[in-house]
Design a protein. Sequence first.
Length: 252
Amino acid sequence: MPPIVALQKVSKAYPNRTLALDKLDFEIGQGEFVALLGPSGCGKSTALRLIAGLEKPSRGAIDWGAADAHSIGFVFQEPTLMPWATLFENVYLPLKLQGIKRAAAKQDVLKALDDAGLHEFAEAYPRELSGGMKMRASIARALVTEPKLLLMDEPFAALDEMTRFRLGNDLLKLWGARGKTVVFVTHSVFESVFLSQRVIVMTPRPGRVFTEIVVNAPYPRDENFRTSSVYAGLCRAVSAALADATATDGAS
């Protein structure tokens, strides 16, 4: 099948002359789970915003293939929930903006909440939830429109380790059940290996693809995988690639 999105020699420069990305090339296949890994400031989040259509490349092209602006969901680093609205209303928002009436959207909203493990909290407010539950709500909101492509920008970075593990497990279950394509930005080697089928390692700014590593381990992945020699070996390989990428002069 053709890729759902392809970046072709994409560069992004800002008005202050900062070159965030330079000739970035990669493709995302339909149904893939791909991690973008790199040092802070390498342009991972910029690449995600370009794929989402929130920004435009300075040079190069993005071919969205089977995706478009209406089939992309975005999960940001912060949950960005409306504090005055219930979880139901927060998750309903994307459908409301599409002009879908509340009654018609009810089952879709409840299904998204249920898939995120929040069905019983539909009438709760964000202030009543833990950080992990708020992020679950953000994921439910991104999924409620049934996007073909789900973009996730370090969504677990602010959470404690155990919560990150649980959400990672649940995210893989959602991915498997819903068959979405996921691009997941992270700076964690361990997270990238556990979650993804392929890790794209980026150089320091300006961001380029340094290498790609296939995570050749079957799903479902669980705590047995986290403690396996296969996982440890893959983490060592990705960590070494990240160290080599970080030592690379991004401007060269």
